[in-house]
Design a protein around this ligand. Structure first.
Ligand SMILES: [Zn+2]
Length: 424
Protein backbone atom coordinates (compact mmCIF):
# COMPACT_ATOMS: atom_id res chain seq x y z
CA UNK A 1 0.00 0.00 0.00
CA UNK A 2 2.69 2.41 1.05
CA UNK A 3 4.65 1.57 -2.04
CA UNK A 4 1.63 2.20 -4.19
CA UNK A 5 1.01 5.53 -2.57
CA UNK A 6 4.58 6.56 -3.18
CA UNK A 7 4.22 5.55 -6.77
CA UNK A 8 1.00 7.42 -6.99
CA UNK A 9 2.57 10.53 -5.58
CA UNK A 10 5.40 10.39 -8.07
CA UNK A 11 3.18 9.72 -10.95
CA UNK A 12 -0.35 10.88 -10.77
CA UNK A 13 -0.02 14.50 -9.91
CA UNK A 14 2.91 15.68 -11.91
CA UNK A 15 1.15 15.79 -15.21
CA UNK A 16 1.27 19.54 -15.45
CA UNK A 17 4.10 21.04 -17.40
CA UNK A 18 3.46 24.42 -15.86
CA UNK A 19 6.00 23.32 -13.29
CA UNK A 20 7.66 26.05 -11.33
CA UNK A 21 6.84 28.94 -13.59
CA UNK A 22 4.19 29.95 -11.10
CA UNK A 23 6.74 30.08 -8.31
CA UNK A 24 6.46 33.46 -6.68
CA UNK A 25 9.00 35.29 -4.57
CA UNK A 26 8.73 34.62 -0.87
CA UNK A 27 5.43 35.77 0.51
CA UNK A 28 6.94 37.22 3.63
CA UNK A 29 6.55 40.93 4.12
CA UNK A 30 9.60 43.18 3.87
CA UNK A 31 9.74 43.69 7.61
CA UNK A 32 10.32 40.00 8.13
CA UNK A 33 13.39 39.85 5.95
CA UNK A 34 15.41 40.98 8.93
CA UNK A 35 16.62 37.67 10.28
CA UNK A 36 16.92 37.43 13.99
CA UNK A 37 19.94 35.21 14.05
CA UNK A 38 20.39 35.69 17.79
CA UNK A 39 17.38 33.43 18.41
CA UNK A 40 18.61 29.85 18.75
CA UNK A 41 16.42 27.57 16.61
CA UNK A 42 16.79 24.87 19.28
CA UNK A 43 15.25 27.18 21.88
CA UNK A 44 12.28 28.11 19.71
CA UNK A 45 11.82 24.48 18.71
CA UNK A 46 11.82 23.53 22.38
CA UNK A 47 9.41 26.29 23.38
CA UNK A 48 6.64 25.53 20.89
CA UNK A 49 4.49 22.41 20.52
CA UNK A 50 5.52 20.83 17.24
CA UNK A 51 2.52 19.00 15.82
CA UNK A 52 2.58 17.02 12.58
CA UNK A 53 -0.95 16.37 11.30
CA UNK A 54 -0.24 13.41 9.04
CA UNK A 55 1.85 10.37 9.91
CA UNK A 56 0.85 7.14 8.20
CA UNK A 57 1.34 3.73 9.75
CA UNK A 58 1.79 0.40 8.03
CA UNK A 59 -0.68 -2.45 8.53
CA UNK A 60 1.88 -4.33 10.63
CA UNK A 61 2.33 -1.39 13.00
CA UNK A 62 2.93 -2.41 16.62
CA UNK A 63 3.89 -5.95 15.72
CA UNK A 64 7.32 -7.41 16.25
CA UNK A 65 8.17 -6.48 12.67
CA UNK A 66 7.30 -2.82 13.15
CA UNK A 67 7.55 -1.64 16.72
CA UNK A 68 7.91 2.17 16.90
CA UNK A 69 9.15 1.87 20.48
CA UNK A 70 12.31 0.29 19.15
CA UNK A 71 14.57 1.47 16.34
CA UNK A 72 12.75 1.06 13.03
CA UNK A 73 13.31 2.00 9.43
CA UNK A 74 10.03 3.92 9.52
CA UNK A 75 10.26 7.69 9.14
CA UNK A 76 8.51 8.15 12.47
CA UNK A 77 9.17 6.19 15.64
CA UNK A 78 9.50 7.32 19.24
CA UNK A 79 13.28 7.65 19.08
CA UNK A 80 13.17 9.76 15.92
CA UNK A 81 10.48 11.97 17.49
CA UNK A 82 12.83 12.47 20.47
CA UNK A 83 15.84 13.28 18.33
CA UNK A 84 13.94 15.69 16.10
CA UNK A 85 11.90 17.31 18.86
CA UNK A 86 8.61 16.33 17.26
CA UNK A 87 6.11 16.59 20.12
CA UNK A 88 2.82 15.49 18.67
CA UNK A 89 1.49 13.66 15.66
CA UNK A 90 -1.78 12.58 14.17
CA UNK A 91 -1.37 8.90 13.40
CA UNK A 92 -3.56 7.88 10.53
CA UNK A 93 -6.25 5.30 10.15
CA UNK A 94 -5.99 5.09 6.38
CA UNK A 95 -8.20 2.85 4.28
CA UNK A 96 -7.84 2.28 0.56
CA UNK A 97 -11.06 1.92 -1.36
CA UNK A 98 -12.47 -0.27 -4.01
CA UNK A 99 -14.06 0.94 -7.19
CA UNK A 100 -17.01 2.95 -5.88
CA UNK A 101 -19.14 1.99 -8.87
CA UNK A 102 -18.94 -1.64 -7.78
CA UNK A 103 -19.72 -1.05 -4.14
CA UNK A 104 -23.19 -1.59 -2.70
CA UNK A 105 -24.30 -1.33 0.90
CA UNK A 106 -24.39 -5.08 1.28
CA UNK A 107 -21.11 -5.51 -0.40
CA UNK A 108 -18.41 -7.15 1.65
CA UNK A 109 -15.92 -4.56 0.41
CA UNK A 110 -17.08 -2.13 3.08
CA UNK A 111 -16.53 -4.90 5.61
CA UNK A 112 -12.97 -5.30 4.35
CA UNK A 113 -12.41 -1.54 4.63
CA UNK A 114 -13.77 -1.58 8.18
CA UNK A 115 -11.39 -4.38 9.04
CA UNK A 116 -8.42 -2.37 7.75
CA UNK A 117 -9.54 0.73 9.66
CA UNK A 118 -9.93 -1.38 12.79
CA UNK A 119 -6.44 -2.84 12.41
CA UNK A 120 -4.81 0.58 12.20
CA UNK A 121 -6.95 2.06 14.98
CA UNK A 122 -6.11 -0.85 17.28
CA UNK A 123 -2.40 -0.47 16.51
CA UNK A 124 -2.41 3.22 17.50
CA UNK A 125 -4.11 2.34 20.76
CA UNK A 126 -1.58 -0.41 21.33
CA UNK A 127 1.19 2.15 20.81
CA UNK A 128 -0.12 4.44 23.54
CA UNK A 129 -0.84 1.53 25.89
CA UNK A 130 2.46 -0.25 25.42
CA UNK A 131 4.54 2.92 25.73
CA UNK A 132 2.31 4.75 28.19
CA UNK A 133 5.34 6.29 29.86
CA UNK A 134 6.48 7.88 26.58
CA UNK A 135 3.38 8.74 24.56
CA UNK A 136 -0.28 9.38 25.36
CA UNK A 137 -3.44 9.66 23.30
CA UNK A 138 -4.97 13.14 23.20
CA UNK A 139 -8.65 13.65 22.44
CA UNK A 140 -8.80 17.39 23.08
CA UNK A 141 -6.65 20.48 22.55
CA UNK A 142 -6.23 20.67 26.34
CA UNK A 143 -5.05 17.06 26.36
CA UNK A 144 -2.35 17.96 23.85
CA UNK A 145 -1.04 20.76 26.04
CA UNK A 146 -1.26 18.74 29.26
CA UNK A 147 0.51 15.69 27.82
CA UNK A 148 3.20 17.85 26.23
CA UNK A 149 3.79 19.57 29.57
CA UNK A 150 4.24 16.19 31.24
CA UNK A 151 7.19 15.51 28.93
CA UNK A 152 5.49 12.78 26.94
CA UNK A 153 4.87 12.65 23.22
CA UNK A 154 1.31 13.21 22.05
CA UNK A 155 -0.60 10.89 19.76
CA UNK A 156 -3.79 11.97 18.02
CA UNK A 157 -5.88 10.01 15.56
CA UNK A 158 -6.95 11.10 12.12
CA UNK A 159 -8.92 9.06 9.63
CA UNK A 160 -7.96 9.32 6.00
CA UNK A 161 -10.84 8.43 3.69
CA UNK A 162 -14.34 8.11 5.13
CA UNK A 163 -14.90 5.08 2.88
CA UNK A 164 -15.06 2.51 5.74
CA UNK A 165 -18.13 4.25 7.15
CA UNK A 166 -20.02 2.45 4.41
CA UNK A 167 -23.38 3.60 3.12
CA UNK A 168 -24.35 5.69 6.15
CA UNK A 169 -22.80 8.07 8.68
CA UNK A 170 -23.99 6.00 11.65
CA UNK A 171 -20.45 5.13 12.74
CA UNK A 172 -19.32 8.74 13.11
CA UNK A 173 -20.16 9.03 16.84
CA UNK A 174 -18.44 5.69 17.47
CA UNK A 175 -15.22 6.92 15.86
CA UNK A 176 -15.49 10.21 17.76
CA UNK A 177 -15.80 8.35 21.05
CA UNK A 178 -12.76 6.27 20.15
CA UNK A 179 -10.67 9.40 19.65
CA UNK A 180 -10.72 10.13 15.94
CA UNK A 181 -10.28 13.91 15.66
CA UNK A 182 -10.30 14.46 11.93
CA UNK A 183 -11.82 12.63 9.02
CA UNK A 184 -10.91 13.03 5.36
CA UNK A 185 -13.99 13.02 3.16
CA UNK A 186 -12.31 11.30 0.22
CA UNK A 187 -8.99 9.80 -0.84
CA UNK A 188 -7.73 8.90 -4.31
CA UNK A 189 -10.82 8.29 -6.42
CA UNK A 190 -14.40 9.37 -5.78
CA UNK A 191 -16.15 7.63 -2.92
CA UNK A 192 -19.70 7.51 -1.59
CA UNK A 193 -19.26 10.96 0.03
CA UNK A 194 -17.96 13.04 -2.84
CA UNK A 195 -15.61 13.82 -5.68
CA UNK A 196 -11.90 13.39 -5.13
CA UNK A 197 -9.19 15.75 -6.35
CA UNK A 198 -7.78 12.69 -8.11
CA UNK A 199 -10.35 10.62 -10.00
CA UNK A 200 -9.27 7.04 -10.58
CA UNK A 201 -8.99 7.21 -14.34
CA UNK A 202 -7.95 3.58 -14.41
CA UNK A 203 -11.45 2.78 -13.15
CA UNK A 204 -12.98 5.00 -15.78
CA UNK A 205 -13.77 7.83 -13.39
CA UNK A 206 -14.18 11.28 -14.87
CA UNK A 207 -13.50 14.54 -13.08
CA UNK A 208 -16.82 14.67 -11.25
CA UNK A 209 -19.31 12.07 -10.13
CA UNK A 210 -21.58 14.19 -7.93
CA UNK A 211 -20.65 17.81 -8.64
CA UNK A 212 -18.90 17.94 -5.27
CA UNK A 213 -20.38 16.35 -2.16
CA UNK A 214 -22.90 13.55 -2.61
CA UNK A 215 -26.12 13.65 -0.56
CA UNK A 216 -24.41 11.28 1.87
CA UNK A 217 -21.36 13.56 1.87
CA UNK A 218 -23.52 16.43 3.08
CA UNK A 219 -24.80 14.20 5.86
CA UNK A 220 -21.20 13.42 6.71
CA UNK A 221 -20.22 17.06 7.18
CA UNK A 222 -23.19 17.57 9.52
CA UNK A 223 -22.39 14.35 11.43
CA UNK A 224 -18.74 15.31 11.86
CA UNK A 225 -19.69 18.78 13.09
CA UNK A 226 -22.07 17.25 15.62
CA UNK A 227 -19.52 14.72 16.80
CA UNK A 228 -16.65 17.20 17.24
CA UNK A 229 -14.50 15.63 14.51
CA UNK A 230 -12.64 18.08 12.26
CA UNK A 231 -13.72 17.91 8.61
CA UNK A 232 -10.60 17.25 6.53
CA UNK A 233 -10.75 18.51 2.96
CA UNK A 234 -7.36 17.23 1.78
CA UNK A 235 -7.81 14.84 -1.17
CA UNK A 236 -11.27 16.28 -1.86
CA UNK A 237 -11.99 17.80 -5.25
CA UNK A 238 -12.19 21.58 -5.30
CA UNK A 239 -15.99 21.71 -5.51
CA UNK A 240 -16.30 19.10 -2.76
CA UNK A 241 -13.89 21.10 -0.65
CA UNK A 242 -15.62 24.44 -1.24
CA UNK A 243 -19.04 22.95 -0.48
CA UNK A 244 -17.84 21.24 2.70
CA UNK A 245 -16.13 24.42 3.86
CA UNK A 246 -19.26 26.49 3.19
CA UNK A 247 -21.50 23.92 4.89
CA UNK A 248 -19.43 23.25 7.98
CA UNK A 249 -20.68 25.11 11.03
CA UNK A 250 -17.15 25.10 12.46
CA UNK A 251 -13.65 25.55 10.94
CA UNK A 252 -12.30 22.84 8.63
CA UNK A 253 -8.78 21.63 8.02
CA UNK A 254 -6.77 20.45 5.04
CA UNK A 255 -4.70 17.91 6.95
CA UNK A 256 -1.97 17.49 4.32
CA UNK A 257 -1.99 19.58 1.14
CA UNK A 258 0.28 21.93 -0.72
CA UNK A 259 -0.57 25.10 -2.63
CA UNK A 260 -1.04 25.62 -6.35
CA UNK A 261 0.58 29.03 -6.06
CA UNK A 262 3.91 27.26 -5.61
CA UNK A 263 3.47 23.86 -7.29
CA UNK A 264 0.79 22.78 -9.73
CA UNK A 265 -0.74 19.53 -8.51
CA UNK A 266 -4.28 18.22 -8.38
CA UNK A 267 -3.69 17.63 -4.67
CA UNK A 268 -2.82 21.26 -3.95
CA UNK A 269 -5.09 24.13 -2.92
CA UNK A 270 -5.51 27.21 -5.07
CA UNK A 271 -5.80 30.75 -3.72
CA UNK A 272 -9.60 30.69 -3.80
CA UNK A 273 -9.57 27.60 -1.61
CA UNK A 274 -7.05 29.16 0.78
CA UNK A 275 -9.21 32.28 1.04
CA UNK A 276 -12.24 30.08 1.79
CA UNK A 277 -10.34 28.27 4.54
CA UNK A 278 -9.29 31.60 6.05
CA UNK A 279 -12.86 32.93 5.95
CA UNK A 280 -14.05 29.74 7.63
CA UNK A 281 -11.44 30.08 10.38
CA UNK A 282 -9.77 26.83 9.34
CA UNK A 283 -6.22 25.78 8.69
CA UNK A 284 -4.28 24.38 5.73
CA UNK A 285 -1.49 22.06 6.82
CA UNK A 286 1.32 22.13 4.25
CA UNK A 287 2.48 18.66 3.26
CA UNK A 288 6.10 17.60 2.77
CA UNK A 289 5.45 15.20 -0.09
CA UNK A 290 7.96 15.80 -2.86
CA UNK A 291 5.79 15.99 -5.96
CA UNK A 292 3.25 18.26 -4.23
CA UNK A 293 6.00 20.51 -2.91
CA UNK A 294 7.87 20.94 -6.18
CA UNK A 295 6.34 20.16 -9.56
CA UNK A 296 8.43 18.57 -12.27
CA UNK A 297 10.11 20.95 -14.71
CA UNK A 298 9.24 20.72 -18.43
CA UNK A 299 12.50 18.80 -18.99
CA UNK A 300 11.54 16.35 -16.26
CA UNK A 301 8.05 15.97 -17.71
CA UNK A 302 9.56 15.18 -21.07
CA UNK A 303 11.86 12.60 -19.53
CA UNK A 304 8.88 10.97 -17.82
CA UNK A 305 6.83 10.92 -21.01
CA UNK A 306 9.76 9.35 -22.88
CA UNK A 307 10.11 6.62 -20.24
CA UNK A 308 6.41 5.85 -20.44
CA UNK A 309 6.40 5.62 -24.22
CA UNK A 310 9.50 3.45 -24.16
CA UNK A 311 7.86 1.06 -21.70
CA UNK A 312 4.47 1.06 -23.43
CA UNK A 313 2.81 2.66 -20.42
CA UNK A 314 1.36 5.76 -22.03
CA UNK A 315 -1.89 5.74 -20.08
CA UNK A 316 -2.73 5.38 -16.41
CA UNK A 317 -4.90 2.41 -17.27
CA UNK A 318 -1.96 0.63 -18.88
CA UNK A 319 0.30 1.38 -15.97
CA UNK A 320 -2.09 0.21 -13.29
CA UNK A 321 -2.97 -2.97 -15.11
CA UNK A 322 0.73 -3.87 -15.29
CA UNK A 323 2.44 -6.38 -13.02
CA UNK A 324 4.12 -5.11 -9.81
CA UNK A 325 7.46 -5.91 -11.47
CA UNK A 326 6.74 -3.65 -14.43
CA UNK A 327 5.41 -0.91 -12.19
CA UNK A 328 8.52 -1.24 -10.03
CA UNK A 329 10.76 -1.01 -13.07
CA UNK A 330 8.92 2.05 -14.28
CA UNK A 331 9.33 3.94 -11.03
CA UNK A 332 12.95 2.94 -10.76
CA UNK A 333 13.56 4.35 -14.24
CA UNK A 334 11.65 7.47 -13.23
CA UNK A 335 14.01 8.14 -10.32
CA UNK A 336 16.44 9.54 -12.87
CA UNK A 337 14.26 12.63 -13.26
CA UNK A 338 16.07 13.90 -10.19
CA UNK A 339 19.32 13.91 -12.12
CA UNK A 340 17.72 16.64 -14.23
CA UNK A 341 16.51 18.72 -11.31
CA UNK A 342 16.83 18.18 -7.58
CA UNK A 343 14.06 16.80 -5.37
CA UNK A 344 12.06 19.14 -3.19
CA UNK A 345 13.83 20.41 -0.08
CA UNK A 346 13.00 22.36 3.06
CA UNK A 347 13.33 25.72 1.26
CA UNK A 348 10.77 24.61 -1.34
CA UNK A 349 8.52 23.36 1.45
CA UNK A 350 8.57 26.60 3.43
CA UNK A 351 7.71 28.45 0.20
CA UNK A 352 4.29 26.78 0.54
CA UNK A 353 3.95 28.06 4.10
CA UNK A 354 4.91 31.57 2.97
CA UNK A 355 2.30 31.43 0.24
CA UNK A 356 -0.50 30.50 2.65
CA UNK A 357 0.61 33.30 4.97
CA UNK A 358 0.48 35.72 2.06
CA UNK A 359 -2.98 34.63 0.85
CA UNK A 360 -4.76 33.43 4.00
CA UNK A 361 -2.73 34.86 6.88
CA UNK A 362 -0.52 33.47 9.63
CA UNK A 363 -3.51 32.01 11.51
CA UNK A 364 -4.42 29.55 8.79
CA UNK A 365 -1.31 27.48 8.12
CA UNK A 366 0.28 24.41 9.65
CA UNK A 367 2.59 21.49 8.94
CA UNK A 368 2.18 17.85 7.93
CA UNK A 369 4.90 15.42 6.89
CA UNK A 370 2.93 12.53 5.34
CA UNK A 371 5.80 10.41 6.62
CA UNK A 372 5.44 6.70 5.97
CA UNK A 373 2.85 7.54 3.35
CA UNK A 374 5.01 9.06 0.63
CA UNK A 375 6.22 12.18 2.48
CA UNK A 376 9.82 13.23 3.02
CA UNK A 377 11.94 15.91 1.35
CA UNK A 378 15.62 16.74 1.40
CA UNK A 379 16.28 18.12 4.87
CA UNK A 380 13.15 16.59 6.37
CA UNK A 381 13.42 12.94 5.47
CA UNK A 382 12.17 11.66 8.80
CA UNK A 383 11.03 12.90 12.21
CA UNK A 384 14.62 13.15 13.47
CA UNK A 385 15.19 16.11 11.12
CA UNK A 386 12.21 18.14 12.31
CA UNK A 387 14.38 20.97 13.67
CA UNK A 388 15.33 21.93 10.10
CA UNK A 389 11.81 23.25 9.52
CA UNK A 390 12.03 25.57 12.51
CA UNK A 391 15.47 26.72 11.34
CA UNK A 392 14.08 27.64 7.92
CA UNK A 393 11.07 29.42 9.43
CA UNK A 394 13.41 31.52 11.59
CA UNK A 395 15.56 32.29 8.56
CA UNK A 396 12.46 33.65 6.81
CA UNK A 397 11.94 35.99 9.73
CA UNK A 398 8.99 34.37 11.46
CA UNK A 399 8.84 35.19 15.17
CA UNK A 400 8.54 32.57 17.87
CA UNK A 401 4.87 33.48 18.34
CA UNK A 402 4.26 32.96 14.62
CA UNK A 403 6.19 29.69 14.59
CA UNK A 404 4.10 28.52 17.53
CA UNK A 405 0.98 29.08 15.44
CA UNK A 406 2.41 27.35 12.39
CA UNK A 407 3.71 24.38 14.34
CA UNK A 408 0.40 23.54 16.01
CA UNK A 409 -1.21 26.58 17.62
CA UNK A 410 -3.50 27.12 14.66
CA UNK A 411 -4.49 23.48 14.49
CA UNK A 412 -5.25 23.37 18.22
CA UNK A 413 -7.37 26.50 17.87
CA UNK A 414 -9.44 24.72 15.20
CA UNK A 415 -9.67 21.53 17.25
CA UNK A 416 -10.95 23.57 20.20
CA UNK A 417 -13.52 25.36 18.04
CA UNK A 418 -14.74 22.07 16.59
CA UNK A 419 -15.08 20.58 20.06
CA UNK A 420 -16.91 23.64 21.33
CA UNK A 421 -19.34 23.30 18.43
CA UNK A 422 -20.03 19.61 19.06
CA UNK A 423 -23.45 18.52 20.23
CA UNK A 424 -22.25 15.72 22.49
ZN1 LIG B 1 -2.98 11.42 1.75
Amino acid sequence: MKQFRQYASLFLFSASVLALTACSPKGTPEAKQETKQEVAPETVHQNVITLDTHVDIPLNYMTEAMDPGTGTDAQVDLAKMDVGGLDAAFFIVYTPQTNILEVTAENTKYAKAREIAETRFTAIHKLTKTYADRIELAKTADDVRRIHKSGKKVALIGMENAFPLGASVEDVPMWAARGVRYMGITHMGHNQFGDSSNPKTQWGETESMYGGLSALGKELVIALNKAGIMVDVSHAGKTTMMQATAMSSVPVIASHSGVMGVAKSLRNLDDEQLTAIAANGGVAQMVALGSYVKALTPAQEKFKTDVRIKMGLETDAKLFSSSPEVIGKYFKALEEVYDIDAKANVVDFVNHIDHVVKIAGIDHVGIASDFDGGGGITGWQDASETLNITKELLKRGYSEAEIEKIWGGNLLRVLQAVQDGAEY
